[in-house]
Design a protein around this ligand. Structure first.
Ligand SMILES: Cc1cc2nc3c(=O)[nH]c(=O)nc-3n(C[C@H](O)[C@H](O)[C@H](O)COP(=O)(O)O)c2cc1C
Length: 214
């Protein structure tokens, strides 16, 4: 059990941030990483399939290669933007791959559990949802440990599959930069830099039928 000194769940949820620029350059302690991965591994999953795996990457060569790949994807995205959005996007960092020192690549195995998965017969995506829940558990455990997490999705899936020798039909679904931070920003980067802000909760709540908000 984690001791009472750790922050409450609501405080962790509120202070969780996607971290890019604030990694301190130190490496996350192995015991802490183990606790964080244990939290991820306690996520709920459809049919109790536990379709996730975690590839811990610390080789400077692999981190460097992935960072260069992501930079290319960033440039391609920037080039696709109209000029006003490009100006807003330019100063935004989208990764901390090398500065975090540790990448955890979360994978999803759609074949885990075999053919007859209790709960996935009608909504196949529930397998993927399960792996994403493991990521949220990981993220919240990390903030409780004062460890930053930054989710990087600017990659070509085939490239990352090849880089880490991920066997078919397993898919990489997230590269998470994980490491100690100098601080957690209070406001999401995309809000601070004017890209997009949090919607009001009242816009997200509907009554009885979608669209009915009164
Ligand atoms: C599925 C997913 C993919 C994301 N991919 C990236 C990414 O490639 N680069 C990045 O800087 N942030 C990425 N983010 C982080 C979001 O931009 C961030 O969660 C959002 O702006 C809200 O900020 P907060 O997490 O600090 O509250 C991703 C988040 C999610 C959930």
């Amino acid at each position: 059990m984690i001791d009472n000194q750790k922050m409450s769940l609501y405080a962790a949820i509120e202070s969780r941030r996607d971290v890019r620029a604030e990694f301190s350059g130190e490496c996350v302690d192995d015991a802490v990483l183990q606790r964080i991965l244990t939290a991820a591994h306690h996520a709920p999953s459809v049919g109790n399939t536990q379709p996730w795996d975690f590839v811990v990457v610390r080789s400077p060569e692999t981190l460097g290669a992935f960072a260069r790949h992501v930079e290319q994807q960033r440039e391609a995205f920037a080039d696709s933007l109209p000029s006003d959005r490009k100006d807003t996007f330019d100063p935004i960092r989208i990764e901390g791959i090398e500065t975090s020192g540790t990448g955890v690549v979360v994978t999803y195995d759609p074949a885990r559990g075999g053919e007859h998965i209790l709960g996935r017969a009608t909504v196949d995506d529930t397998g993927l949802f399960s792996a994403v829940l493991a990521i949220e558990n990981l993220w919240l455990a990390a903030v409780t440990e004062s460890i930053g997490v930054g989710w990087v999705s600017f990659y070509d899936e085939a490239y990352l599959t090849d880089l880490l020798d991920i066997p078919w039909p397993v898919r990489p679904i997230a590269w998470l930069c994980i490491g100690p931070v100098t601080e957690f920003q209070r406001t999401p980067d995309l809000e601070r830099f004017g890209w997009r802000s949090r919607r009001d909760l009242s816009e997200a709540i509907h009554h009885e039928k979608f669209g009915r908000r009164d």
